[in-house]
Design a protein around this ligand. Structure first.
Ligand code: ADE
Ligand code: ZN
Length: 326
């Protein structure tokens, strides 16, 4: 339709994408074979059938298991290149991609293997598609503060090529306060800061991300809507929320897309953006997410253009680059 092609042509930045979550079942099978690794599925269809989640943890268990096929620098390169090709086809001109080093270093894969594979794909994506990108190194919040500090230390040789740190994995029971000192150390090193907050966790976790982590962005933030004062604060600060509609649906953060709050966020003055989170697991890349909320919530072209503008002003690009995209 007209709206579909309007969405595909709208220049967009993607700000919330876990590169491990872009591992399509076909590539999972190919890498399993290439690396001689057994996976507990007989076919690609069987993998897709396993992607029925009732909450975040359900998903995370399958997502961490899937990442086990990633072994070599070429694997990480191929994974990221497949994502960049899909993103470019969706009208993404800039992508800030998260990676979870601990998912790999904890099973004996060197930090260098992971990051060098991703970095070479980032260079190739710019040459091939003109798509610029940045790396966000995320700490797994179900692991300890000490483990996060060890990860930050491992990243030291590459800090000039890492734009930000993030905080992901199991939210409830692992509040932002647990990582206040790690985030302070990352800030001291000149890194930008973002954290998943208010996906399953309460509004209090969003307050903590702001007050204790001093984040530059909030990933998800849905449950901030339960706290009027918090909404006014986020709106007043111009804080970017990286919202992920199909993820919210698949992880039961919302019951259905007809009830998705994306337009309410805009109406309340929040700088919401639309992103894909883990597209291979949640059934769509960034344009699919725009299309899904456009249809379910009857968004106008102005709304969609606003969401796309927010993705640039909410990015970690320098102001002159942001201006070129507006
Ligand atoms: N890791 C990958 N996707 C995630 C999500 N939606 N929430 C928390 N951790 C994640
Ligand atoms: Zn996420």
């Amino acid at each position: 339709t007209d709206l579909d092609s309007f969405i595909a042509r709208l220049p967009k930045a993607e700000l919330h994408l876990h590169i491990e979550g872009s591992l399509e079942p076909e590539l999972m099978f190919a890498l399993a074979e290439r690396n001689g690794i057994a996976i507990p599925y007989a076919s690609v269809d069987e993998v897709r059938a396993a992607y029925a989640f009732s909450n975040l943890q359900d998903f995370l268990d399958i997502y961490y298991a899937g990442a086990g096929v990633l072994q070599t620098e070429a694997d990480f390169h191929d994974l990221a290149m497949a994502y960049f090709d899909r993103a470019a086809a969706d009208g993404v001109v800039h992508a800030e991609i998260m990676f979870d080093p601990q998912t790999h270093t904890d099973r004996g894969i060197a930090f260098a293997t992971v990051i060098e594979g991703l970095l070479s794909a980032m260079v190739e994506a710019e040459a091939k598609h003109g798509l610029t990108s940045a790396l966000i190194m995320s700490f797994l919040r179900h692991l300890s503060e000490e483990a996060a500090f060890e990860t930050l230390a491992m990243a030291e040789p590459w800090l000039d090529r890492i734009t930000a740190v993030g905080l992901d994995s199991s939210e409830v029971g692992h509040p932002p306060s647990k990582f206040a000192r790690v985030f302070a150390a990352a800030r001291e090193k000149g890194l930008k800061l973002t954290a998943h907050a208010g996906e399953e966790g309460p509004p209090e976790y969003v307050h903590e991300a702001l007050d204790l982590l001093q984040v530059d962005r909030i990933d998800h933030g849905n449950r901030a809507l339960e706290d009027g004062a918090l909404v006014r604060r986020l709106a007043g600060d111009g804080m970017t929320l990286t919202v992920c509609p199909l993820s919210n649906l698949k992880l039961c953060v919302v019951g259905d897309l007809a009830g998705h709050p994306i337009d309410r966020m805009l109406a309340e003055g929040l700088k919401a953006t639309v992103n894909s989170d883990d597209p291979a697991y949640f059934g769509g890349y960034v344009a699919d997410n725009y299309r899904a909320v456009a249809q379910a919530r009857g968004l106008s072209r102005d709304d969609l253009a606003q969401l796309a503008r927010n993705s640039f002003t909410g990015s970690f690009l320098p102001p002159d680059a942001v201006a070129r995209h507006l």
